[in-house]
Structure formats: C-alpha cells, structure tokens
Design a protein around this ligand. Structure first.
Ligand SMILES: N[C@@H](CCC(=O)N[C@@H](CS)C(=O)NCC(=O)O)C(=O)O
Length: 218
C-alpha cells in the first residue's frame, strides 16, 4: 500500500519537512489534505492517529507516525539506500547529525518562532511591539553567528554530508523571506551564507517549490 501523508497541501512547517524528505528520497505517497480551518485535525478519527490533533501524520501500511522530525527519521532509516543518506548509520556520524538536529530544535527554532509570533501580529494588523520584534531578531542573529563558526569547521550542520540536521531548517526558515525578513541572506557570515545557498539550491527543494507554485496556479 502506498504511503499516506496527512498534511496541509503546501510545503510549510512540519508538513514542509515531510514533503522535502519525500522529495529528496523520491518516495511515492498519497496526500490526504487536511483542512485546518475546518478543524478536520480535531475530529475523533484524526485524534485516533494523532492525540494532539495536528499535521503531519503518516500511515505506512497501518503504522501511524506523527511529529514531523520523527516521521523524517523513520523514513530516512526505512529508505536509507534510496537517494541521499540523510541519516548515516555510523556511531559518530549519527551523533553529529543528532547534535546538529538538537541545535536546530534548541537554538534555531525557538528564536525563529519568537520572531514569527511578533512579526505575525504586525502582518495581521494587531498591536505589535517593535522592541520585542528587535529582540527576537537579535536573538536569531546571535544564533546565526554561532552557525557561522560551526559551518567553518564542517560543510553541513551535522558533518560534511547533507543530512536531516540541515533539512530540519526548512520547517521555518523559508517563511522568513516570505514575511519580508532577510536575515538568512544578511552579509558577514560567509560560512552560513554558503551553507544556506547550497541548501536552497538542492534540486529536491527547487522541485518542491516549482510543483507548489504550479499547483497553486501562481
Ligand atoms: N511539532 C509538530 C508541530 C505540528 C504543528 O504545529 N502542526 C500545525 C500545522 S503546521 C497544526 O496541525 N496546527 C493545527 C492545530 O494545532 O490545531 C511537528 O513538527 O509535527
């Protein structure tokens, strides 16, 4: 049975990570688009799969997995020999990938989400605090400064090969530019810039974007 993916029908946040992993590994899947506005994710049949009522979720021949990063780890392991490795098996290589993935979830994601929370208020015309926004921007900037140091030591965040540690950044980072925040392109961090340019130039990401634009009729 073909893998079923329950997700929003656009490559954003957790759903975006799984779309990208599937594209990198060229894994066939059937999309079940979940309408979040209609609260389909809170219906009893959905809650039976994901107790928090969120997307993405996969159904792999009856085996249910939720949480985007757990789904990516599962699929990267299952399809280890298909496409780029993303999740090396060697003890030290895997520790490096897990280290990079932990950096993304402990340092990068909290800072970027803080920025979106305040920036989102501005976009929606709600009361908005410039100081909080500036602080969040400074916090993310400081994280990227450290990334520049790390990426001066190895090519990618989890070692010298592209891996899940890098891919996990696609949950939120592309939305910065969409919201008019150009911090990922700011000059002065040469290692970081090289890394981000390389990631966004990957064919799987480019194809995902092109397919989405085509589907949306943009
Ligand atoms: N940590 C989760 C986050 C999942 C998440 O926040 N999903 C959002 C959409 S991006 C959702 O389903 N929101 C609807 C809701 O919470 O009711 C993951 O990465 O899978």
């Amino acid at each position: 049975m073909v893998l079923k993916l329950y997700a929003v029908p656009y490559p954003s946040r957790g759903s975006g990570l799984v779309y990208l992993l599937l594209a990198e590994k060229q894994i066939p899947f059937e999309l079940v688009a979940v309408d979040l506005k209609a609260k389909e994710q809170k219906k009893p049949e959905f809650l039976a799969m994901h107790p928090f009522g969120q997307v993405p979720v996969i159904d792999d021949d009856g085996f249910i997995v939720y949480e985007s990063r757990a789904i990516c780890r599962y699929l990267a392991e299952k399809y280890a020999d298909q496409g780029p490795s993303l999740f090396p098996k060697g003890l030290k290589e895997r520790a490096m990938v897990e280290q990079g993935a932990a950096v993304e979830s402990a340092n990068f994601e909290p800072a970027i989400l803080k920025l979106f929370r305040e920036g989102g208020k501005k976009l929606r015309g709600l009361p908005f605090d410039q100081t909080v926004f500036d602080e969040a921007l400074a916090e993310l900037s400081a994280v990227l400064d450290v990334y520049d140091v790390i990426l001066g030591k190895h090519k990618f965040l989890g070692g010298d090969e592209y891996s899940l540690a890098d891919l996990f950044h696609f949950a939120h980072a592309p939305r910065l530019a969409e919201n008019g925040i150009d911090i990922m392109m700011t000059k002065g961090r040469p290692n970081f810039t090289r890394w981000w340019n390389e990631l966004t130039a990957r064919p799987a990401w480019a194809k995902l974007m092109a397919d989405f634009v085509k589907r949306a009729g943009n």
